[in-house]
Design a protein. Structure first.
Lengths: 313, 623
C-alpha cells in the first residue's frame, strides 16, 4: 500500500508542476534542435532536387540511404533505418547497456555529456520544487534550487560514474571473457545468446539500481542539506536496504509505467503513415508528447521517491 | 579412394588410385599436386603468412590443432603405357607463386617418361592427413568434422604447363573434372554427408561404418561427419521427369528452420535450372554448419554449406541467401569450372549475380533487419531492392584494383571481395539491363551450358557476350574487367524560361513587344562525372505530362538538350530504367524543378525523436 500511496502522492505533486515539466521538455527540445538543424541541412543537401527526396517523402529509399551512409561523416553516421520507431528505443537501450559510447560521433558525445551535466544542474531545481509542501513551479525558485545543489549533485554524478565505469570496464570485460570462453566451446549459438542476454539484463538492473541509489542520495542532500556526498550515498544505500520492498517496489512500478508508455508510443508510431505534411506533423506531435511523458515520468520518479523517503523517515 | 577417419587421433589415412589422362595437345613430363592442408602445418606457410599480414594471425594453437597432408607413397601402376614405378624419390615441393621455402602446398613429381597427349597414367597414392582445428572452412570442432581440400589434388595441365598455384589466404581452387569413388570408414555413431551419391552404408560390425560415395563429372570431393546432425531427405522434381534427391544435414538447434532450408534448396535448383540449364546431378546435399566450426558458406560439387541463426525471422534473407549462393556455385565453379585462383570474379561474381536473381525471384525484397541484444528485428517499411546488392562495397573500393587479378594480388581483402563478388555482380546486372532481359538470359544460359565441365577464361565469356549481342562487346566489358574507373552519370542542370521575344532594332525597325510568349525554352544538361563511357538514356518530363526520351552516346563530358514547349520541365532523369546499377551515385541521376520539402522535414523529425530520447535516456548516467 505504501508504494501506491507514495506513487499517488508523487503523481499528484508532478501533476501540480506541469509547467516545470514543460520547461524541462523545452530544454530537451532546444538542445535537440541544435543538432537537428545540421542534420536537416545534411538531409536536404543530400536529397537536393532528386527523385530520392520524393521517394523518401513517401517511404524509405534504401538505395539513397546506402549512398548517404557510405559518404556519411559525424552526426550523419547516426542516421539509419534503425532510428525509426522501435529501433530508436532499442538502439538507445543497447548503447546504454553495452556502453557503446565509443561508436557515437564525437559531437554527439560532447553534447550528450553536456546534457547530462545540465540535467544534473536541473535535478537540483526539480527536487527543490518537490521539497515544497505544496509544489508550485516558479523559475526563480527552480534556478535557486538548481544552483544551490549543483556542486554536490555534480560530485554525486562523478561518484556514480565510478560504479558505472566499474560495471563497464571490470564486470563487462570479465563477463565477456567468460561468455567468450563458453561460446568458443559451444557447438550451438543458443547458450551464448542466453548468456549475453542475461548479462545485458543484469547490467541494466545494476544501472537502474545505481540510478535509484543516487536518486535517494540527491533527495537526502536536498532534504537534509547533507554536504558529504559519500555519506549521503551510503545512507541512501542503507535506506534502500532498510525498506527494500517499498523502494524497489516503487521504482519497479514507475519503471513499468515507463515501459507501458513506451510500448504505446511505438505502436502508435508504427501505424502512422507519414506521406504528407499533416501526417508528418501528427507524428512529430506524438513524438513530442512521448518525450514530454518520459520527462514527466522522470519527475514522477523523483517526487514519489521523495514522498517515500519523507514517509519512511 | 579408401579413407579411414580415426576420431581419437583426428587422423585420416587413405589410399587412392588416381587415373589421369592427358587430354591436351602437349606432353607432360611431370605431375603437380595441391596439398592444401599443408598450409596449416606451420605459421610460415604462404596462407598463414598472408593471413597474418591481414591481421588474422593464428595464435595459441596446440600441437594437435595444426593440420597437414603427408604423402607416404606414390607409385605408377602398370597399364598399357607405363610400367610399375616408385615415384617417391622424384617428389619435390614447389612454390611457384612466391618461392616460400616453408610452404609445402604444391608438389611435383618428375616422371620417368612423358605422358603423351591422349595417354593415361595410373598412380597409387597413400597419404595421411591430420585434421586441423577449423580454418578456411575445414577441420574438426569437437565431434563435427568438415573435411575439404584434404587429399593430394592433381593440378590442371593446360597449354603445356601445370596450373597449380600455392594455397593463398584469399584464393579458392582450380581442378580438373573426373569421377570420384570414395569409401569413408568411421565410427558408426556419425552421420555422414558428402559429394555425390551416397550409394552404400556398410556396417563393419566393429563399431565402424563405411560410407560409399560415387560421383562422375565433378572436380572435388568434400564430406562432413557429426553424430548430432538431423538428417532429412526429399526427392524434388524440378522439371518434368527431372528429380534430384535433396539431403539436409541440420544442427539440432535449427530444427525449426528445416522447411526454410529445404525450400531454399528447392528454389535454388528450380530457378538455376531455368536460368542456367537443368541441374545435371542426382543429389544436392546442404549442410547446416555447427557453431564455431567456421565451415559455413562454402561450396563443393553437389555439396555445400549454408548458415543460420536460431532466431532468424520471416523477411530476413537467412538462411535462404547463403544457401542459394552456395548452391549456385554448383553452376559457376561446379559446372562452369573457372580458375578461382586467377579469375575469381568468374565464379564469385557470377554466383553473386545468380543468388540475387534467384533470391529476388523466389522471395521478393528482403527487409532491413538489425539485431538488438542478439535478437533480430525486421523493419517492415524498409525493403532492400536488388539494385542495392553489392553497390556499397564497390563504391568504397572501385579505384583500388581491377577485377581481373590473381586472387592474392588485390590491395586488401575488402578490394578482393568487392571486385570479385560485388563489381562482377553489378557488371552482369548492368549488362543484363543494357542488353535486354531476353537477350541476356539466352546469352548467360548459353555461356553456362557451353562451358559445363570446362575451364573458361575471360575471353571465352567475352566471345559469348559478343556473339549474342551481334557486336564486339570488349568496349563495354573492358571498362569493368580491366578498368578501375567509376561510372557516374548525372543531371547537371534543368531550366525553363519563357521564350524570349524580339526586342530592339531589327533591320532598321524597332520592336518592343510587351506580350509574353506562351512557350518555354527549356534546357537539360546531362553530365558524365566518371570515366566509364556508356550510351545512356535520358527522360525529360514536362509539367503538362509530356515525356521525351533521348539517347546520348555518353562520350563527351556533357550533353545539352533544348526544347520549346508550352510548359516547363518538371524533371529530368538520366538512365531512367536504372540500367546502370554500377553507377556509384544514383541520387544525382535525377533532378526535379522543385525539391521535395517534406522529405528532410519528415526524416529529421524522426531522427530527432531518437536524439531526444537518447538525451533523456542517458541521464541515467548521472542526472
Amino acid at each position: 500500500m505504501k508504494i501506491f500511496w507514495n506513487f499517488g502522492r508523487g503523481f499528484m505533486a508532478t501533476g501540480r508542476v506541469s509547467k516545470m515539466v514543460l520547461f524541462l521538455f523545452v530544454v530537451n527540445l532546444l538542445f535537440s534542435l541544435l543538432l537537428a538543424i545540421p542534420m536537416y541541412n545534411s538531409l536536404k543537401d543530400s536529397f537536393g532536387r532528386s527523385e530520392a527526396g520524393s521517394r523518401m517523402a513517401k517511404g524509405f529509399d534504401y538505395v539513397w540511404w546506402e549512398e548517404f551512409r557510405d559518404e556519411a561523416k559525424g552526426l550523419e553516421t547516426t542516421f539509419s533505418p534503425s532510428v525509426i520507431g522501435k529501433g530508436a528505443i532499442l538502439t538507445n537501450l543497447e548503447n546504454l547497456i553495452q556502453m557503446r559510447f565509443y561508436s557515437l560521433p564525437p559531437i554527439l558525445l560532447v553534447f550528450g555529456l553536456f546534457y547530462i551535466i545540465l540535467h544534473t544542474f536541473l535535478a537540483g531545481g526539480i527536487l527543490s520544487i518537490f521539497n515544497q509542501d505544496a509544489p508550485r513551479f516558479t523559475m526563480k525558485e527552480f534556478i535557486q534550487g538548481a544552483g544551490s545543489h549543483f556542486l554536490r549533485f555534480f560530485g554525486l554524478m562523478l561518484f556514480s560514474w565510478l560504479f558505472i565505469i566499474a560495471i563497464g570496464v571490470f564486470l563487462q570485460e570479465g563477463f565477456i571473457s567468460i561468455i567468450s570462453e563458453i561460446s568458443s566451446n559451444s557447438l550451438s549459438e543458443v547458450i551464448p545468446f542466453y548468456l549475453r542476454l542475461g548479462f545485458s539484463v543484469l547490467t541494466f538492473i545494476l544501472l537502474l539500481f545505481i540510478q535509484m541509489v543516487f536518486d535517494y542520495a540527491r533527495i537526502k542532500v536536498v532534504l537534509e542539506e547533507s554536504r558529504n556526498i559519500i555519506k549521503s550515498t551510503l545512507e541512501a544505500l542503507a535506506f534502500i536496504f532498510k525498506y527494500p520492498f517499498s523502494t524497489f517496489g516503487l521504482f519497479t512500478l514507475i519503471f513499468l509505467f515507463q515501459v507501458a508508455v513506451t510500448v504505446i508510443y511505438i505502436l502508435l508510431k508504427e501505424i502512422i503513415p507519414q506521406f504528407n505534411f499533416p501526417w508528418v506533423l501528427a507524428a512529430f506531435l506524438i513524438q513530442q508528447l512521448f518525450i514530454f511523458a518520459v520527462i514527466w515520468i522522470r519527475c514522477l520518479l523523483y517526487s514519489s521517491q521523495m514522498q517515500l523517503y519523507r514517509y519512511m523517515k | 579412394m579408401d579413407v579411414t577417419l580415426n576420431t581419437e587421433t583426428q587422423m585420416i589415412k587413405a589410399s587412392e588410385i588416381l587415373s589421369w589422362t592427358n587430354d591436351t595437345r602437349f606432353p607432360a613430363n611431370e605431375l603437380r599436386f595441391h596439398l592444401y592442408w599443408n598450409a596449416f602445418q606451420n605459421n610460415l606457410s604462404t596462407y598463414l603468412t598472408e593471413d597474418a599480414r591481414r591481421g588474422r594471425s593464428v595464435s595459441g594453437l596446440r600441437e594437435e590443432d595444426w593440420g597437414y597432408c603427408r604423402v607416404e607413397s606414390v607409385k605408377i601402376v602398370k597399364n598399357p603405357y607405363f610400367a610399375d614405378y616408385d615415384l617417391m624419390p622424384f617428389m619435390e615441393f614447389q612454390s611457384p607463386d612466391d618461392e616460400n621455402l616453408f610452404d609445402q602446398t604444391v608438389f611435383s613429381i618428375t616422371l620417368p617418361q612423358e605422358v603423351e597427349p591422349g595417354q593415361t597414367i595410373l598412380l597409387q597414392i597413400e597419404f595421411e592427413s591430420k585434421v586441423p582445428r577449423p580454418i578456411s572452412r575445414t577441420g574438426v570442432y569437437k565431434d563435427y568434422y568438415f573435411i575439404a581440400q584434404w587429399f593430394p589434388k592433381i593440378g590442371v595441365f593446360e597449354d603445356g604447363r601445370w596450373n597449380c598455384h600455392q594455397y593463398h589466404s584469399s584464393s579458392e581452387y582450380y581442378a580438373d573434372y573426373g569421377t570420384f569413388d570414395v569409401k569413408i570408414t568411421l565410427p558408426s555413431s556419425f552421420i555422414v554427408g558428402g559429394t555425390g551419391e551416397h550409394q552404400e552404408i556398410i556396417d563393419n560390425r566393429d563399431g565402424t561404418t563405411t560410407h560409399h560415395f560415387h560421383q562422375h563429372s565433378v572436380h572435388d570431393f568434400a564430406w562432413t561427419a557429426s553424430p548430432r546432425f538431423l538428417e532429412y531427405k526429399e526427392n524434388f522434381e524440378f522439371a518434368p521427369g527431372k528429380i534430384t534427391e535433396i539431403t539436409l544435414l541440420l544442427q539440432p538447434q535449427h530444427k525449426k528452420l528445416k522447411d526454410r532450408y529445404m525450400n531454399a534448396v528447392k528454389n535454388a535448383i528450380k530457378y538455376c535450372s531455368l536460368f542456367y540449364g537443368d541441374y545435371p546431378y542426382t543429389t544436392a546435399t546442404c549442410v547446416d554448419p555447427a557453431y564455431n566450426s567456421g565451415s559455413g558458406g562454402m561450396e563443393y560439387p553437389t555439396f555445400f554449406t549454408g548458415g543460420a541463426y536460431f532466431l532468424t525471422r520471416k523477411g530476413m534473407s537467412s538462411p535462404e541467401g547463403i544457401t542459394i549462393h552456395e548452391f549456385g556455385h554448383g553452376y559457376f565453379y561446379g559446372l562452369v569450372g573457372s580458375n578461382e585462383f586467377e579469375n575469381a570474379w568468374m565464379d564469385e561474381g557470377f554466383t553473386s549475380f545468380l543468388d540475387s536473381e534467384v533470391y529476388y525471384k523466389a522471395y521478393g525484397n528482403p527487409l532491413y533487419s538489425r539485431s538488438y541484444f542478439g535478437i533480430p528485428f525486421t523493419f517492415k517499411n524498409v525493403e532492400i531492392p536488388i539494385e542495392s546488392s553489392g553497390i556499397s562495397g564497390h563504391r568504397q573500393t572501385y579505384n583500388m584494383d581491377v577485377m581481373q587479378r590473381f586472387a592474392w594480388e588485390f590491395l586488401e581483402g575488402g578490394s578482393y571481395g568487392a571486385n570479385s563478388y560485388s563489381k562482377a555482380e553489378l557488371m552482369l546486372r548492368t549488362l543484363k539491363r543494357f542488353m535486354g532481359k531476353d537477350l541476356f538470359s539466352r546469352m548467360i544460359k548459353d555461356y553456362s551450358q557451353r562451358f559445363w565441365f570446362k575451364h573458361p577464361r575471360p575471353q571465352d565469356f567475352y566471345a559469348v557476350v559478343s556473339e549474342h549481342a551481334g557486336q564486339d562487346m570488349s568496349w563495354f566489358l573492358d571498362q569493368f574487367v580491366y578498368g578501375s574507373e567509376k561510372l557516374d552519370y548525372a543531371i547537371g542542370t534543368i531550366s525553363s524560361q519563357r521564350v524570349r521575344q524580339p526586342e530592339g532594332w531589327f533591320d532598321g525597325e524597332y520592336i518592343n513587344r510587351q506580350i509574353k510568349d506562351s512557350r518555354f525554352q527549356s534546357e537539360v544538361i546531362v553530365r558524365r562525372l566518371g570515366e566509364v563511357k556508356l550510351p545512356v538514356d535520358v527522360l525529360v518530363v514536362f509539367e503538362d505530362g509530356e515525356e521525351i526520351r533521348e539517347t546520348w552516346d555518353g562520350q563527351y563530358r556533357w550533353k545539352k538538350f533544348t526544347y520549346q514547349k508550352p510548359s516547363r520541365i518538371s524533371k529530368a532523369v538520366v538512365d531512367p530504367e536504372f540500367k546502370f546499377v554500377l553507377d556509384i551515385n544514383r541520387t544525382n541521376n535525377s533532378m526535379m524543378r522543385k525539391p521535395d520539402k517534406l522529405a528532410p522535414l519528415k526524416w529529421v523529425s524522426r531522427w530527432m525523436a531518437w536524439l531526444q530520447h537518447a538525451l533523456e535516456f542517458f541521464t541515467i548516467l548521472g542526472g
